[in-house]
Design a protein around this ligand. Structure first.
Ligand code: GDP
Length: 325
């Protein structure tokens, strides 16, 4: 099948064609890369955009339960929802991929939803690229909302925030002073902090935690990209599907404001620039280390650094060698 036919199928919302295209962008093979770029190119015009929502939270906080409730609420409103998972630290085996399949059981059977589990991949840069491209494919396939989910570890939430229009942080009710446990950096990128499990015995703890976060958010520096009242903390119960519609109302209010004030477009332009620079950096590094002479020198200097050579000296030496080549 030629590229135009594949692009047409994806645009028509063919799920198998979409799934295959995502597999293609995930591939590390050089010939696949060229094919993936050609396909993405064929899908660029006319452009289609989805609302990109990033979601982060530690394991057990209720991400799957939340996404199921949130996704079903959106499809009930006639919206098409894609869910992509980012798990850079993952060395997942078949077992947990199987686990992924049983997650979001109702949503995964919904014809207006598409769920793509995280591939096993360890390289953060690679994960970023495949996710960005998978988002672009889902947009071309006509999804209205693309949810990008990540486990809240390491750099993955920054990575997801850098490709999302809106970033949600899911937290569990805390006992006492656990507020300190959430890194300031994450609070600074969150647009909505959702305290999940606001039900049953946990309800009052959830309300208390929510008030604590609302207070902490109030102390953060005001961001130019926000209307009054944002970032915001709210309580939800994913399991009882309570507060879920309200989350959508807040997301809509926030993104409408950002769209009307040019923030959304500026943010996407900035993200595109960032990813361009990021790819150039990675590409350069890959090209350099593909050069056996540079690679050998890098290893040699690396050893010298470990036994005392100044890192700056070593780097200058290596860069001089490269520019001589
Ligand atoms: P994930 O690891 O972040 O995807 O979390 P899961 O969605 O798998 O949920 C972890 C556990 O928390 C499960 O036992 C859920 O049933 C439970 N859970 C999720 N959401 C809620 C909620 O709103 N209320 C309560 N009480 N439990 C919840």
């Amino acid at each position: 099948m030629d590229m135009q036919d594949r692009a047409r199928l994806i645009r028509a919302g063919d799920r198998r064609a979409l799934a295959r295209a995502i597999t293609l962008v995930e591939s590390g093979r050089v010939d696949h890369r060229a094919e993936a770029l050609a396909l993405l190119d064929a899908l660029r015009d006319p452009p289609r955009q989805a609302l990109r929502i990033g979601l982060s939270g530690t394991p057990g906080v209720g991400k799957s339960t939340f996404i199921e409730a949130f996704g079903l609420m959106l499809t009930a409103r006639g919206l098409k929802v894609a869910v992509l998972a980012v798990d850079p630290s993952s060395t997942r085996s078949g077992g947990s991929i199987l686990g992924d399949k049983t997650r979001m059981e109702l949503l995964s059977r919904d014809p207006n939803a598409f769920i793509r589990p995280s591939p096993s991949q360890t390289h953060l840069g690679g994960v970023a690229r495949r996710t960005r491209e998978a988002v672009a494919l889902c947009e071309a396939a006509g999804f209205d909302v693309v949810l990008i989910e990540t486990v809240g570890v390491g750099q993955s939430e920054t990575l997801v925030a850098e490709m999302a229009d809106v970033f949600l942080l899911l937290l569990a009710p805390a006992g006492g002073d656990e507020l300190q446990g959430v890194k300031r950096g994450i609070m600074e990128i969150a647009d909505l902090i959702l305290i999940n499990k606001a039900d049953g015995e946990l309800l009052s703890a959830a309300r208390r935690t929510c008030a604590d976060y609302a207070g902490a958010l109030g102390l953060l520096r005001k961001r130019a990209q926000d209307p009054p009242g944002f970032p915001k903390a709210m309580t939800v119960s994913a399991i009882e599907a309570r507060g879920i519609a309200e989350v959508w109302t807040e997301i809509t209010a926030l993104t409408d404001w950002r769209r009307d004030n040019g923030v959304l477009a500026a943010r996407r332009a900035e993200q595109a620039l960032h990813w361009f620079e990021d790819e150039v950096r990675q590409g350069l590094l890959a090209q350099l280390t593909a050069n056996p002479k540079v690679k050998a020198q890098m290893q040699e200097l690396g050893q010298e650094v470990q036994s005392g050579l100044s890192p700056s000296h070593a780097a200058a030496k290596l860069l001089a060698l490269i520019s001589d080549n």
